[in-house]
Design a protein around this ligand. Structure first.
Ligand SMILES: [Zn+2]
Length: 411
């Protein structure tokens, strides 16, 4: 972890003059690394992510807004302590201090799958790195914060990252329910959720109908962006902008569409289109500048419909079909284990269990699976996570003082 953090800080040089591919690579590379275990809200991985994000807010000299002077805002969800982050960049005109623009992204993801994991679609034990969902948005918010810290606007910007989005937008809902300042001071909200997989310059931009002035103000910028922007006026999305919209705040949603790795263990940093994300962020930046320079009102307009790409449902159902197919190929060894004295000991195996057919028996102590040591259930899950039906795995056990090796065909 330390090595990665060091690498990230070496790559980010100041003063920042542009939105940079290398910075995004450093942020996403860390946030979506296996060390963060899929950043499940309330778990160790999220705490490491929050620590990293807070380091960025400190580095950029942004201001905490929590009553206790912290960059973190904690709340409880699913019986766990979850943490949003918030950092304020004051505007250059003190008279406009109560006209805040929020730029946000959720930093949590699906963890390592299995029961209780929010939305992970891989096999239990596989790390869902969530590089696009939503290390991409988190990195984008950090990169925008860096740029605006060097180029402040007249009105303040509040940079936020949300927890427990994957549990049902809980972090953003908690923030609008318990804001540390009057909610009417938030003029608009921009939400980046999955902005790292733009292909051919595609971007979905939702919520354009949530302020009466957005079209006149933003359409020319969108047309000149060079991106293929699919626009929607609708205010709702399965993401944090919906919480702000529901609280009466004009809110925009930036999204480069789903892909075969959506909520799957393969959502990795090396699949991000970094120059594509920079292009998206250039448009977000231009929109921020237009909103911040706009002296008239932004008039909230409720748009309760779900606004998503036209082919979203179609692509989502294709995605689910692929997952079902992948699941049906997943093979099991039929192991039943109990943890005892720092080792895994086999329980009584079902008669038809592949492990039993291969010769394993009750009270065998597991040593390794395919060469990977397995001392606890978590390690065992990981060792068998990607096994497919028909695949042969080598299981080493200790029986009566001697190590013995078995070839188990997964079923
Ligand atoms: Zn997600």
């Amino acid at each position: 972890m330390i090595a990665t953090l060091l690498l990230a800080s070496l790559l980010i040089q100041d003063p920042p003059s542009e939105l940079r591919v290398q910075d995004l690579q450093a942020h996403i590379g860390f946030l979506a690394s296996d060390e963060l275990e899929g950043r499940e809200s309330g778990e160790r991985g999220e705490k490491l992510a929050v620590q990293y994000i807070v380091q960025q807010w400190e580095r950029l000299g942004l201001k905490p807004i929590a009553p206790d002077g912290a960059y973190t805002l904690a709340f409880e969800a699913a019986g766990k302590k979850c943490t949003n982050t918030a950092a304020l960049l004051p505007g250059t005109d003190p008279k406009l201090a109560d006209q805040i623009l929020v730029i946000g992204a959720h930093h949590d993801h699906a963890g390592i799958g299995g029961p209780g994991s929010p939305g992970g679609m891989g096999n239990p034990g596989e790390i869902h790195n969530g590089a696009d969902d939503n290390a991409s948005g988190t990195a984008g918010v950090i990169e925008l914060a860096e740029w605006f810290a060097a180029h402040p606007t007249r009105r303040p910007i509040l940079f936020m990252t949300f927890s427990a989005e994957e549990r049902g937008l809980l972090g953003s809902a908690d923030f609008v329910a318990h804001p540390p300042f009057p909610l009417q001071n938030i003029r608009a909200m921009l939400n980046c959720d999955m902005i790292g997989r733009s292909s051919d310059g595609y971007l979905f931009l939702g919520g354009l109908g949530t302020a009466d002035e957005f079209h006149a103000l933003l359409d020319p910028i969108i047309e000149n962006s060079g991106l293929k922007v699919e626009k929607s006026d609708d205010g709702m999305a399965p993401s944090d902008n919906s919480s702000f919209h529901a609280a009466g705040v004009p809110a925009l949603f930036f999204f480069t569409h789903i892909h075969p790795d959506y909520h799957m263990p393969g959502d990795d940093a090396d699949k991000i289109n970094y120059p594509g994300e920079v292009a998206v962020l250039q448009l977000v930046r231009a929109i921020v500048q237009a909103i911040q320079d706009h002296d008239g009102p932004l008039t909230f307009h409720e748009r309760p419909e779900m606004g998503m790409p036209a082919d979203f449902n179609e692509r989502m159902s294709e995605h689910f079909q692929h997952i079902m197919q992948r699941r049906s190929l997943h093979g099991s060894a039929g192991l039943r284990v109990i943890e005892a004295d720092g080792a895994l000991v086999l329980d009584e195996l079902r008669e038809e269990a592949p492990a039993r057919k291969a010769g394993l028996q009750k009270d065998d102590r597991l040593v390794s699976v395919n060469g990977m040591p397995v001392a606890d259930k978590e390690q065992l899950r990981r060792a068998l996570a990607s096994g497919q039906k028909g695949e042969v795995v080598t299981i080493v056990v200790r029986r009566g003082g001697a190590e013995r090796q078995f070839q188990v065909t997964l079923e």
